[in-house]
Design a protein around this ligand. Structure first.
Ligand code: SAM
Ligand code: SF4
Length: 293
């Protein structure tokens, strides 16, 4: 019998995000503290074979889409092995990355049949990039986006829009879609404890659309099922853009995602404090599947 994971709200969960590490080579101010940060020690992280084993259990329960994320997934030394092992499962495999190491992974991505991925880039200005990420990596990330476009990958660029910081670049990103097939995703800034969040940094989806519509004529694209992004296109442009309203109009009722943290804990929601320790269960030889559904 085919299994599916249906939660108490009647939502079917077929999409799993796996965090490969909580470590990262950037220090985006809204995501990580600048000071020395204590990352999860390696033995506590899921190992390559454990990731594969847990992923297989999720697949047996109906998961058909897996996104690798982090921290920065590509700073893990065995990221290539993990990508290749998961690519053998019957899932649509993709990843979200800060892009700085992508040049080392082009062949692996091709071998794993990953044709579409999300790359985070909040600004097109090198100095501002350094201000946001506390690292001097703008050119590397930008060049890697160009490299992937040249190799015909479907590139989605995640831009977190922050009031007074990069909201004045929204239309520069829309302009980028004119001559290149990039798919920009404007994301509302979200509160997390410790990210120095203040609500005055939120720039809402409606504000983004107002800015764009002042300059461009836009058409709304058809939503894909469970897509949290509302898509648009400027007629004649090669790429598209979308807006993601995490704050002003959340989409929890439509959510089909589960998360597996780098130390093997399952969470149903980014904002959830509750988790289930699947890795310990796996290491203790327990039956993991009943802990998931
Ligand atoms: N390191 C990878 C990257 O930056 O793409 C993957 C992990 S990162 C946590 C995933 C995405 O979450 C990135 O696009 C990042 O910009 C976004 N993000 C992180 N903190 C955020 C916040 N406070 N509000 C909105 N988006 C956030
Ligand atoms: Fe966080 Fe990703 Fe920035 Fe790293 S690159 S600090 S994981 S948002």
């Amino acid at each position: 019998m085919e299994r599916t994971i249906i939660d108490r709200y009647g939502r079917v969960h077929n999409y799993l995000r796996i965090s490969l590490t909580d470590n990262c080579n950037l220090r985006c101010f809204y995501c990580m503290p600048e000071e020395e940060y204590h990352f999860t020690p390696a033995p506590q992280l899921m190992q390559t074979d454990e990731i594969e084993e847990l992923a297989k259990i999720f697949v047996s329960l109906g998961v058909n889409k897996i996104r690798l994320t982090g921290g920065e997934p590509l700073v893990r030394k065995d990221a290539d092995k993990i990508i290749l092992s998961l690519s053998k499962l019957p899932v649509k495999l993709t990843l979200t990355t800060n892009g700085s190491r992508l040049h080392e992974f082009v062949d692996v991505l091709k071998e794993a049949n990953i044709r579409s991925l999300n790359i985070s880039l909040d600004t097109l200005q090198s100095e501002k990039f350094q201000l946001i990420t506390r690292r001097d990596q703008f050119q590397k990330v930008y060049d890697n986006i160009q490299l992937l476009l040249k190799k015909n990958f479907h590139v989605k660029v995640n831009m977190v829009v922050m009031n007074g910081l990069n909201d004045n670049e929204i239309n520069d990103f829309v302009e980028w879609t004119k001559d290149q097939p990039v798919h920009v995703r404007f994301i509302e800034f979200m509160p997390f404890t410790g990210n120095r969040w203040t609500s005055n940094k939120v720039f809402t989806m409606q504000q983004m659309l107002d800015v764009i519509k002042e300059k461009y004529e836009v058409v709304r694209l058809q939503d894909e099922k469970h897509d949290t992004a509302k898509g648009y296109k400027v007629p004649g442009h090669q790429g598209t853009f979308s807006v993601i309203s995490t704050m002003s109009d959340n989409f929890c009722g439509n959510c089909n995602r589960m998360r597996l943290t780098a130390d093997g804990k399952m969470k149903n929601c980014l904002f959830s404090k509750e988790d289930t320790d699947l890795l310990s269960a796996l290491r203790n030889g327990e039956d993991v599947a009943p802990l998931i559904y």
